[in-house]
Design a binder for this molecule. Structure first.
Ligand SMILES: NC(=O)c1ccc[n+]([C@@H]2O[C@H](COP(=O)([O-])OP(=O)(O)OC[C@H]3O[C@@H](n4cnc5c(N)ncnc54)[C@H](O)[C@@H]3O)[C@@H](O)[C@H]2O)c1
Length: 392
């Protein structure tokens, strides 16, 4: 039976266990120390030292020590423990779906970092397990909580852009400074082996919300094309020796057509010098918006951006109420302008109040499925590939 709009019993105090304490996990643990109605009760990493360091974060905030788990399968013991309401996963991509499915089987709600899964089979595994166990499974797509995206969502609902015809999103981020920082090289290894948009959800998530998928529209099919792996091959040969090939093209573009005839352009570009951008462009019958390099709007017969003062007034008029979560100290906590804090705040608030989560397992599956579907399109010579209707 469907878990669309799933509500579970309110949880007075959400007891959370974290799996994967590398770059991302400890920051999430620290955010949770600032959240009312949540307590960090368990920490897990394959290696002991990140667990010990994260335990210090808890003690520096006056929190009780958490139960600890290490080793290759420590995450299973964490999922099995009593007195745990939520498993929060910041481990490598390749483990997300496996952990998510196991956590739900153990009767735990689960929040998975992006992407929630790397194959279509894993996506269906998450959906089917959530439906069978009636547990929440949310993907931690923080870009859905960015202020510009949230304001545009309210504007779209209010008809400010008219009918949205086309939207663009992506992940354009020169990652050359990061490759050495991922423990065990899991991120680079994925791109050594796979073509396609391997990180589609930052771009696609907010656009699916904007287009009101699945209530008003659904994703129908996609076509993808990549460039050659010019920079990628050079990186691979310097890291692994000259015989190592690199599958992932430096820039991958994916076009998605929706059932009602709208189009989405997604880009993935992490190998070459460029400014950070998630694109976020909206083309509607009455108006246009873009977020990068600076937010701007064009309306009616205009060809120029709205003057800055008018654009600011518009953004203020459509300021999303989620922004108020930041008054609870989040802004100082992360380098993502508070979006991570709003995301965690909302996750705990919904569990605490017994509300449906902002993003459900169907969103997680749909947005993550682009990884394999774009690879299949490219391997077939940019052929159209149907996008499964995970929402059924
Ligand atoms: N939403 C965002 O803005 C954002 C930003 C950065 C990273 N992420 C996501 O967060 C996740 C983690 O990224 P990261 O940068 O922290 O990576 P990382 O490599 O720094 O951390 C991963 C951690 O998982 C641990 N790990 C590996 N195997 C394990 C196992 N079997 N059991 C327990 N722990 C295990 C590693 O030891 C490491 O400490 C990824 O999914 C990434 O895509 C999201």
């Amino acid at each position: 039976m469907s878990v669309l709009g799933l509500r579970r019993e309110p949880i007075e105090n959400v007891r959370v266990g974290f799996i994967g304490l590398g770059m991302r996990g400890p920051k999430a643990v620290e955010r949770f120390t600032h959240l009312e109605h949540a307590t960090v009760v368990a920490l897990c990493d394959k290696y002991p030292e990140p667990v010990a360091k994260t335990q210090e974060i808890l003690s520096s905030h006056g929190c009780s020590p958490a139960a600890t788990f290490t080793g290759d399968n420590g995450w299973k013991r964490l999922c099995e423990m009593d007195g745990l309401d939520l498993v929060y996963v910041t481990a490598p991509w390749q483990m997300h779906a496996q952990i998510g499915i196991y956590a739900m089987e153990c009767g735990k709600n689960v929040a998975l970092e992006v992407p929630a899964a790397t194959t279509v089979e894993e996506c269906w595994g998450l959906v089917e397990t959530a439906e069978r166990t009636r547990m929440h499974c949310m993907m931690l797509e923080n870009s859905c909580y960015d202020d510009f995206e949230l304001s545009c969502l309210l504007m779209a609902r209010d008809g400010v852009f008219g009918e949205i015809v086309h939207a663009e999103g992506g992940y354009c981020h020169n990652l050359s400074a990061y490759w050495d920082k991922y423990r065990d090289d899991w991120s680079m290894r994925f791109s050594v082996e796979h073509r396609g948009d391997v990180y589609p959800t930052h771009g696609l998530g907010p656009l699916c919300q904007l287009l009101d998928i699945p209530r008003k529209d659904k994703l129908s099919y996609l076509v993808s094309m990549d460039s050659g792996a010019f920079a990628g091959s050079a990186v691979a040969s310097s890291r692994y020796g000259s015989s190592r090939t690199f599958a992932n093209g430096d820039i991958t573009s994916t076009l998605i057509r929706t059932v009602s005839g709208r189009s989405i352009l997604l880009q993935h570009s992490v190998m070459t010098p460029q400014p950070y951008s998630r694109l976020y462009r909206i083309y509607g019958t009455k108006g246009y918006a873009n977020k990068y390099p600076v937010p701007g709007f064009v309306f009616g017969e205009g060809k120029e951006f709205l003057p800055e003062a008018q654009a600011s007034a518009l953004l203020e008029k459509y300021r999303h109420p989620f922004q108020d979560c930041l008054q609870h100290a989040g802004m100082a906590l992360d380098g993502h302008d508070g979006i991570d804090f709003i995301m965690d705040y909302r996750l705990v608030e919904c569990l605490h109040k017994g509300l449906p989560l902002d993003m459900d397992v169907y969103d997680a599956a749909t947005w993550s499925s682009i990884i394999e579907l774009s690879e299949r399109s490219i391997q077939g010579g940019s052929v159209p590939i149907p996008i499964p209707d995970f929402y059924r």
